[in-house]
Design a protein. Structure first.
Lengths: 222, 244, 151
């Protein structure tokens, strides 16, 4: 197996074993979404209208909160130093780690979103569009979040700072993601335009995220 | 004199001490003349009436909020590529000043928006992107506050600053790319300004005054940061002397 | 693969991904993301009454009628279609005939619009009143025409 393939498998195994915390993100997502009806009241029409936005914000928070361990566990046990000194380009390693992280924590969010959408009383077409936009958009959140994870890797409790640094950068993703998810319900709004922009943002962040995160890891390492 | 000559902090501090009184006086003079022109000479707008006076504060503050971020981005390149020792001092010093001007821009815009548009705040592309800029300034300041080692903090902030630079063209062109509530550019646009000269000149004088004020504050903050780092080094030396 | 080849492959892939992203953006920009809908859009789409929208355009000349209290009726036009609007509340200073406005609210059944919020859109022109008057007198007046009109 190539080193990159081996790294991907290792990351997945680490994330899914006991103590890896892969499903914590999905659980957090479930809790956040469940809390909304208590806040806004059990108005099913209102929930159906703001449902896509709730799911998107829940996915955003769940992704960001799961990211602070992206490089920290490797730093704690010394793997990060090996990776930094290793043969493989650091950008590629970060990309693979992000991909594995998304499969372990982002994909479950996408998969349980239809179930949560039913709690929100959303229409079938809105459920479909929300799931599709989450599938396309959450990788961008992981890639951009990786920059924050790289910047805060040396901090003991970097989770909150990571969210503060990364949230402003995720605003466009949220805007276009929710716009596309809402489009089938709000008839005059076009679906394709925000969806294309969302896809473009994901591709951009797939390049910018690993490069910036690798730079952050290099510059802040001892 | 090349920029590299001022890599020596002592030489830089000497230059700053010489420049600061002049810059401060120039800023005060320009702003005084500018405000005099604004309230004495500049006429009321045909539609906005006297509310147009807010524009003379709002527009320079908006320019400088982006100018401040551009200084930080240029300094970040200096930190990461050329490793100029004063680059991260410059970036760190520009952040609070830039954040303050962004705050002034948001507040004055809000005060103008209530009577003119009929709302304090609207989530259109221009307003949202400037708010994002403000939050990014605060996030960068938080990053500097959290990382203890100034060298590491400077590099981390430089990476984040360069990623955040995408927001600057979005702010500038948001009014052209989207149907925003905010009006399009009046001064820096193809085909010349759409502000009558009787208002344009006071605006330019005020803007120049604010820019000099920005530079003055930036240099003062840089001086303070250099001194702060010296104190930190002295304390560490002292502590290690006691320990040893 | 040697180190150099691998680096070139990585740079090439990154460039291709960025180019693809740029392509998607240009494709998307052919359909503009609007802060508001123009009257023509609204009429063409035939919206359901419960749907909240923003209707943007110019206040039609001579259409403003003040009703009892603070109720105002006017028409929003984009020079092709105009839609009657009713609004109760305080209008912004810049609201006047020929000026660009954005109204938030819902369509009623009879093809009129009930606004619960009216925003005035300002244009990029700043000039003293005397200059505006003399421009109007000389027939060079071009203001107002673009303000708020959808591009």
């Amino acid at each position: 197996m190539s080193p990159i393939g081996a790294l991907f498998v290792r990351e997945l195994r680490l994330a899914t074993r006991v103590g890896g915390g892969a499903l914590m993100g999905a659980l957090f997502f479930l809790i956040v979404v469940t809390v909304y009806p208590f806040g806004v009241g059990p108005d099913l029409n209102l929930l159906a209208r703001i449902g896509p936005a709730i799911l998107w914000i829940g996915a955003l928070l769940a992704t960001l909160l799961s990211l602070d361990r992206l490089f920290q566990a490797d730093r704690d046990d010394g793997t990060l130093d090996l990776i930094l000194m290793g043969e493989e380009p650091l950008e590629l390693v970060v990309l693979v780690k992000c991909a594995a992280h998304w499969v372990a924590t982002g994909l479950p969010l996408v998969l349980i979103s239809p179930l949560l959408a039913l709690f929100m009383n959303m229409e079938p077409i809105a459920i479909g569009s929300t799931m599709l936009t989450l599938a396309v958009g959450t990788p961008a959140l992981t890639f951009i979040g990786a920059i924050g994870a790289g910047l805060t890797v040396t901090l003991r409790r970097g989770g909150l700072l990571l969210a503060i640094l990364v949230l402003p950068l995720t605003v466009p993703i949220l805007i276009f993601g929710v716009a596309a998810a809402n489009a089938p319900v709000l008839q005059p709004a076009p679906f394709l335009t925000p969806f294309l922009l969302l896809s473009a943002l994901t591709l951009f962040s797939a390049v910018i995220g690993p490069i910036a995160a690798a730079a952050a890891l290099r510059f802040t390492s001892d | 004199m090349a920029l590299i000559d001022y890599a020596n902090p002592t030489r830089f501090l000497g230059l700053v001490e010489k420049l600061l009184p002049w810059l401060g006086a120039l800023a005060a003079l320009l702003i005084a003349v500018g405000l005099g022109l604004v309230f004495g000479i500049a006429p009321d707008d045909y539609q906005q009436g006297a509310t147009v006076k807010i524009m003379f504060i709002h527009v320079p503050a908006a320019w400088l909020s982006m100018f401040g971020y551009s200084i930080m981005a240029a300094s970040s390149l200096g930190t990461l590529i050329w490793r100029h020792p004063l680059a991260d001092v410059s970036a760190k010093a520009a952040a609070p000043v830039g954040a303050a001007f962004t705050f002034v821009c948001l507040v004055t815009g809000s005060l103008w928006g209530k009577p003119m548009w009929g709302t304090w705040w609207e989530w259109d592309a221009r307003l949202t992107s400037v708010l994002v800029l403000f939050i990014m300034y605060l996030g960068l300041i938080a990053l500097w506050q959290t990382l203890e080692d100034p060298i590491k903090a400077g590099r981390a902030a430089a990476v984040l600053t360069l990623v955040g630079i995408v927001n600057i063209p979005i702010i500038k062109f948001s009014v052209d790319w989207w149907n925003t509530l905010h009006q399009p550019a009046s001064v820096f646009r193809l085909g010349g300004p759409t502000i009558h000269p009787s208002m344009l000149w006071p605006l330019l004088v005020t803007a120049l005054g604010f820019t000099v004020l920005f530079v003055t504050l930036h240099l003062m903050a840089m001086r303070n940061e250099i001194l702060r780092r010296r104190i930190r080094t002295l304390r560490m030396l002292q502590a290690s002397a006691v320990a040893g | 693969m040697t180190r150099k080849q691998r680096r070139l492959t990585m740079i090439g892939t990154a460039g291709a991904v960025l180019a693809l992203a740029a392509g998607l953006i240009f494709w998307a920009l052919s359909d503009s993301v609007a802060f508001f809908n123009s009257p023509s859009d609204v009429m063409a789409k035939r919206l359901p009454p419960e749907q909240r929208i923003r209707l943007g355009g110019l206040v039609k000349e001579g259409s403003v009628v003040r009703g009892e209290g603070t109720t105002v009726r006017f028409e929003i036009t984009d020079k092709a279609v105009s839609i009657p609007v009713t609004y109760t509340g305080i209008l912004p200073d810049l609201f006047r005939e020929g000026q660009g406005v954005v109204a938030e609210g819902r369509m009623t059944g009879e093809g009129s619009f009930r606004a619960d919020h009216v925003l005035a859109k300002h244009d990029e022109n700043y000039m003293p009143k005397e200059v505006a008057d003399s421009l109007k007198a000389q027939g060079h007046w071009q203001g107002d025409k673009g303000a708020g009109a959808p591009k």
